[in-house]
Design a protein around this ligand. Structure first.
Ligand code: PGA
Length: 222
């Protein structure tokens, strides 16, 4: 069985103490070999949280990146700085950051040539720049219908499979091997069905990933 990828996107739900506390709790969970886990805390806490997970298989990833090299990018997050903290991957184009950054393709054009790993969120298939994607380093896609994010309204399994299947066929046309996660109101009650669906390679979890019992329930659901 292929490993499923489970990402906890903590967004800006947690303050410093809560983030450290949650990290310590998660680092003690006994995680099955079936799953690969990533957590994405607030940028301000990346360094310290990365150290907490240092001895585990859990990867700490950034929530956003805005440019590759050091430059005049006030308020931005650069690949240089992320690499400096040993953060090897970032979420890109999450719908909540797309509100601020209208053109995520620009950042992809900067980070793909330097092979910086990312999790690209999309809501519509035409938001995926298939021609820019590559198998040369690990890229992950995440289907995140905006109406399902933080609303408690999870997409149906049929809907998720329909979209993921379309994207997988398109990826095949470009000879790309890229896993596709689903995100949007994933919780411990629906995670098993979603993770066991044919076209789903994992889940991107927001709210439920900030509560230890919920996140543990999701991690243990397969
Ligand atoms: P949610 O968020 O699980 O709280 O719906 C998912 C996401 O935005 O990544």
């Amino acid at each position: 069985m292929n490993q499923k990828i489970i990402i906890g996107n903590w967004k800006n739900y947690l303050n410093y103490e809560e983030s450290i506390h949650l990290s310590k709790k998660i680092s003690k969970i006994n995680i099955s070999n079936n799953v690969r886990v990533m957590v994405s805390p607030n940028h301000l806490y990346l360094n310290e949280i990365n150290q907490i997970f240092n001895e585990t298989n859990i990867e700490v990833i950034a929530q956003n990146v805005t440019s590759s090299e050091s430059k005049s990018d006030t308020g931005g997050i650069t690949v240089s700085n992320l690499k400096n903290l040993n953060i090897k991957r970032s979420i890109v184009a999450h719908s909540e950051s797309r509100i601020r950054e209208k053109n995520p393709q620009k950042v992809l054009e900067e980070i793909i040539p330097i092979a910086y790993q990312f999790v690209l969120c999309f809501e519509e298939i035409d938001q995926i720049p298939f021609n820019l994607l590559t198998n040369k380093f690990e890229i992950i896609l995440a289907y995140e219908p905006v109406w399902a994010i933080g609303t408690g309204e999870t997409a149906s399994i049929d809907h998720i499979n329909e979209i993921h299947k379309k994207v997988k066929l398109k990826l095949e046309d470009f000879s790309l091997e890229i896993p596709i996660l689903y995100g949007g109101s994933v919780n411990p009650s629906n995670s098993r069905d979603i993770l066991e669906s044919d076209y789903v390679d994992g889940v991107l979890v927001g709210g439920a990933s900030t509560k230890i019992d919920h996140f543990e329930g999701i991690l243990n659901s397969i």
